[in-house]
Design a protein around this ligand. Structure first.
Ligand code: MEV
Length: 429
């Protein structure tokens, strides 16, 4: 892949952008054909995906640019309806790129399957009995899904907890088995659920209890991805604000989110603004990622920030993010939805681990974009600038005229197509 830095991409028409993708990013017409055809997800395919289908629902598909992650260039597919998100991610990625890019890592892709056991006469004895039969249970789980074992994954370990031991209610007392399953490049819901369902009868036999729930946990805290960036303050200056002021504003904003759930929810919503569009574009389950991410943000006992922002000894702004990332690059919609396949190849993604790292880097960029704007001019200025650009385009402006007309509209505080048309006429005279 060539560079993800494509100056002026936003000023091109959709057709020109597609042509450029072919030329600059070595994309074949065939690979891009799913973007050209009227209905990229056919009703026929959709009908096989869910029930009661009456059609499909489309959203804008844009590209986050300038991303440099672990030295590799990425154009990031982003599917989202909200203006400013793609522009903001690309703006921050450009800054971080000048500071060496994002540095990311990921744990092994170990997901959790839960088995709930109730009605044991002695919960401690039942727990010990399960631990004694660990090997048997792990082997049985793997026998239920041999293909994941042949791909180098499968059930690897388990542990057991007793919940509500002192509860007066027999409904509350339970034993919970956690089976740790390496799902490799799959998100793994089917693998995990098949495994826990298949070992449940053995668990009942061992414990003399009754199994109710057998399901994966979306709190995938053993399947984490991390991203970090270190930005010299001089790269952060904007308008009348010095880089140091912006850096300090971002850190103050982080401390606000870290200490107040009312702010943390909005702060984290801004992070999910970056994460969800990539999760959706790659055909992954964004509800699973959302649920896991928010739970992880509350892991210390109260709901807090998904990111941290601080200053290092040299005065650089340091940003970090760590989140569970239950996504995949094989199975599910990732290979059924034609655009999901295109998204993965746009990024030349080779594994789920790599995709997870890209996703959290975009989340970190998105967060900085929001905090930088909030700590300086406020977010409305950027929104207005983008809005006036689309009004200018709707009025027929193109090329360099777009920015000129857009600026005039803001200056004259009249952001409407009628006014823009007058300006376009004047300009083209
Ligand atoms: C808007 O979609 C997201 C923000 O509210 C995030 C934030 O407040 O940090 C701008």
């Amino acid at each position: 892949m060539k560079s993800s830095r494509i100056p002026g991409f936003y000023n091109l028409s959709v057709e020109q952008r597609r042509d450029l993708l072919k030329k600059e990013l070595d994309f074949s017409a065939e690979e891009l054909s799913s973007l050209y055809i009227k209905e990229p997800l056919s009703t026929e395919t959709a009908d096989k995906m869910i029930e009661n289908v009456i059609g499909t629902f489309q959203l804008p598909f844009g590209l986050g640019l300038n991303f440099l992650i672990n030295g590799k260039d990425y154009v990031i597919p982003m599917v989202i309806e909200e203006a400013s998100v793609v522009a903001s991610a690309s703006h921050i990625a450009k800054i971080v790129r000048s500071a060496g890019g994002f540095h990311t890592e990921a744990t092994e892709r170990v997901m959790i399957g839960q088995i709930q056991v109730v009605g044991c006469s002695d919960f401690h004895a039942a727990k010990q009995a399960i631990l004694n039969e660990k090997e048997v249970l792990i082997n049985a789980a793997n026998a239920a899904y041999p293909s994941i074992v042949s791909r180098g994954g499968g059930a690897e370990d388990l542990d057991v907890r007793i919940l509500n031991e002192d509860s007066d209610s027999s409904y509350g007392k339970m034993l919970v088995v956690h089976m740790y399953i390496n799902t490799c490049d799959a998100m793994g819901a089917n693998i995990i659920n098949t495994m826990v369902e298949s070992v449940a009868p053995i668990v009942e036999e061992i414990t003399n209890g009754k199994v109710y729930l057998r399901i994966l946990s979306n709190y995938a805290d053993k399947c984490l991805a991390r991203a970090r960036c270190v930005i010299p303050p001089e790269l952060l200056s904007t308008g009348d604000y010095s880089g140091e002021e912006v850096r300090d504003g971002v850190i103050h904003a982080y401390e606000f989110a870290a200490s107040d759930p009312y702010r943390a929810v909005t702060h984290n919503k801004g992070i999910m603004n970056g994460i969800d569009p990539v999760v959706i574009a790659t055909g992954n389950d964004w509800r699973a990622v959302e649920a896991g991410s928010h739970a992880y943000a509350a892991r210390h006992g109260s709901y807090g920030s998904m990111t941290t922002w601080s200053k290092d000894q040299a005065g650089n702004l340091v940003g970090e993010i760590e989140l569970p990332m239950s996504i995949g690059t094989v199975g599910g919609a990732t290979r059924v939805h034609p655009l999901a396949e295109l998204s993965l190849s746009l990024m030349s993604i080779e594994s789920a681990k790599e995709l997870a790292q890209v996703i959290v880097a975009v989340g970190l960029a998105q967060n900085l974009g929001a905090l930088k704007a909030l700590a300086t001019d406020g977010i409305q200025k950027g929104h207005m600038a983008l809005h006036s650009r689309s009004v200018a385009i709707a009025a027929g402006a193109s090329g360099e005229m777009i920015d000129i007309i857009a600026e005039k509209l803001i200056e004259e505080k009249e952001i409407r197509v009628g006014k823009a048309k007058e300006l376009v006429e004047e300009y083209t005279k």
